[in-house]
Write a protein that binds this ligand. Structure first.
Ligand code: GLN
Length: 198
């Protein structure tokens, strides 16, 4: 049994819970989902999902509830984390916004809402390293990743900007893999150990 913690202080929680259950089923793995609203639950989890939503609200609540240091400890222990959209912003080293307290578990800097200025929301077929066919990537007021550290692998780019990255057991996406029934990003975050040539 895999215990999956979905950070549930704000954002698209049920979609992530469904997505990790679906990915588990495809791999013959029993998934138990814990929704994380207070401290004490993260240490029980094998893997974590940090949803999209509103990054200022998510980061504030994570710190208020004492969940933030538990997520950092989870990552420090080498356990998997998938962070999408607002979750990616919260996980980043630098979101360039005083209202976001970053977890700094992923060595990237992001520009909040950068795609949004051009185009609010769109879906695009995205080539992702390790996947045979394009992934249907849903972008909703998505952040742009504008700087990646040396230990970060870029898994996918759109308009010359990275939109899917991996560092150790942490995967971050600007888009929302939980909003499609295609589980391949959850697969590569949690079930396949992908070796990607950077
Ligand atoms: N733009 C949002 C933020 O900065 C993220 C949008 C999303 O998660 N779909 O929090």
């Amino acid at each position: 049994t895999l215990i999956a913690g979905v950070v549930a202080v704000q954002g698209d929680v049920s979609e992530h819970a469904d997505a990790i259950r679906r990915a588990g089923r495809a791999h013959g793995e029993d998934v138990v989902v814990h929704e994380i609203r207070q401290s004490g639950t993260v240490p029980e989890c094998d893997v974590l999902l940090l949803p999209g939503g509103e990054s200022t609200a998510i980061s504030r609540l994570l710190h208020d509830e004492g969940i933030a240091p538990e997520i950092v400890a989870h990552v420090d222990a080498g356990k998997p984390l998938l962070a999408t959209c607002a979750g990616l912003i919260v996980a980043s080293r630098d979101a360039k916004d005083d209202r976001v307290r970053e977890l700094d578990v992923l060595d990237v800097s992001v520009d909040r809402n950068a795609f949004g200025r051009q185009k609010d929301s769109f879906e695009a077929p995205l080539d992702v390293a390790g996947l045979d066919d394009p992934f249907p990537a849903v972008f909703i007021r998505a952040p742009v990743i504008d700087d990646v550290g040396d230990d970060v692998e870029v898994l996918a780019s759109w308009d010359d900007n990275p939109v899917a990255v991996k560092q150790g057991a942490v995967v971050g996406t600007s888009f929302h893999p939980e909003l499609t029934t295609d589980s391949r990003v959850h697969d590569l975050a949690f079930f396949d150990s992908v070796a990607v040539d950077a």
